[in-house]
Every structure is written in C-alpha cells, then in structure tokens.
Design a protein around this ligand. Structure first.
Ligand SMILES: Cc1cc2nc3c(=O)[nH]c(=O)nc-3n(C[C@H](O)[C@H](O)[C@H](O)COP(=O)(O)O)c2cc1C
Length: 197
C-alpha cells in the first residue's frame, strides 16, 4: 500500500438495546485514545438504554465517535463491503440483534454492517448480553460461532485483573474486545501471577 493511502484503523461500533450501553462508550473512548477511527451506529433500543443507564442523549454519546450513522440509513458507507473497515464490535449485543445477525435479516444499518463483516470474512465481535440464555439464544450463538471472523464475547465478570470498580470491569472487557480487532488499549491488565500478588 503506498504511503499516502495509509489510514488509521477503522472500527465500526454498534450499540443495540441490551443492558450495557457503557460498553460501547468505553470502546469509543479507547479507540479515540489509541488513535483509531470509530464509526458508530445505534439502534432505537440502544438509544433507550443510553438514556436510561447513562443519563445521556444519543448526541452526547455520539461525541465520542468520529463518524455517526443513522441506523435507518441502509445506504451508508458501512453497508457496503467495498468500504474499508478493519472490524466491528457490537457492544452490547441484544438477543434481538443477535437473532438478526444469525439469520442474515439485515433490516437496519447495524445488522447490515454486521452482515457485511461476515460476508467479507472480517472480524466481528458480539458482546452478547442476556441472562439467563434461552435455547434459542444459545442456538443463535452456536450458529454464529462457526462463521469465520466471528467472536462471541459476552461481558462476563473477570477477577484475575483485580477490578476495584465497575468502570475497571467495563474497561477490561472493552479492551479485550478491541484487542480482537487489532487495537491496543492503555491500562489493559493482562493475566499474570504478579497481578494477583
Ligand atoms: C433498560 C433495558 C435493558 C434491556 N436489557 C436487555 C438485555 O440485557 N438483553 C437483551 O437481549 N435485551 C434487553 N432489553 C430489551 C431490548 O432492548 C429489546 O429486545 C429491543 O427490541 C432490542 O432491539 P435492538 O436489538 O434493535 O436494539 C433491554 C431493554 C431495556 C429498556
């Protein structure tokens, strides 16, 4: 690739209506800090959880992204495989959005962008969140686990990194998701015996 066409890593962040709007926000903040470019798309459900869980408007949330796409705009750049994207994270991923991705039912831009990642065999990280899971949820995840590039990463608690606050826990799982799309975050506590000592 010629020098002039080198660009920062470009990651799509999709936010759907599962609990955990803070996960998408942390991904956006880390991407900016790492010098990567973020493209944000939020479902109507995501907008509701952003308001309820973070007390933010979508506009406030979107200030942390480089580009924001309307979820109804199925003709946006990220709807095409020709647009260069280095990966996508859905943070959080609701069971409805999981079902849409698993069935290829791309009726909004987030779903279409995820479908594009799969057809182009690019990395797609799904931070699926629900508890408990039904058999239908598990079937949808099992189907997607076999697709090249897909990584199912529910925001499970981790203890080995010694989180002191919920923010620590959110940062850890967001940083882990970003590692999967080739972006390194500051203060990512990898496993080591020393970290427990
Ligand atoms: C505050 C709140 C929390 C929710 N948490 C979850 C959740 O953790 N997982 C889930 O699958 N759905 C959850 N839902 C329901 C989804 O928002 C709902 O199914 C919605 O239709 C998902 O649509 P979307 O995937 O297009 O955003 C929650 C809804 C609200 C209002």
């Amino acid at each position: 690739m010629p020098e002039s066409s080198v660009r920062p890593r470009r990651i799509v962040v999709g936010v759907s209506g599962a609990s955990g709007a803070a996960l998408g926000l942390e991904c956006l903040k880390c991407l900016r800090q790492a010098g990567a470019e973020s493209a944000l798309v939020v479902t109507r459900g995501g907008e509701i959880t952003i308001e309820q869980e973070l007390g933010m408007t979508l506009d406030e949330y979107a200030t942390h992204a480089d580009v924001v796409y309307d979820n109804k705009n199925i003709g946006a750049a990220i709807a095409s495989g020709t647009y260069p994207v280095d990966g996508m994270i859905v943070a959080p991923c609701s069971m409805k959005t999981l079902a849409g991705i698993a069935s290829g039912y791309s009726e909004n831009l987030l779903l279409r962008a995820a479908d594009v990642q799969m057809k182009e065999q690019r990395r797609l990280v799904l931070m699926v969140r629900e508890t408990p899971f039904s058999a239908i949820h598990v079937d949808n995840m099992a189907r997607l686990a076999r697709v090249p590039g897909i990584m199912l990463m529910p925001p499970m608690l981790t203890f080995y990194n010694g989180p002191a606050t919920l923010d620590d826990a959110v940062h850890h799982i967001a940083a882990k998701a970003l590692e999967a799309v080739g972006v390194s975050c500051a203060n990512y506590k990898r496993w080591s015996w020393a970290s427990l000592g």
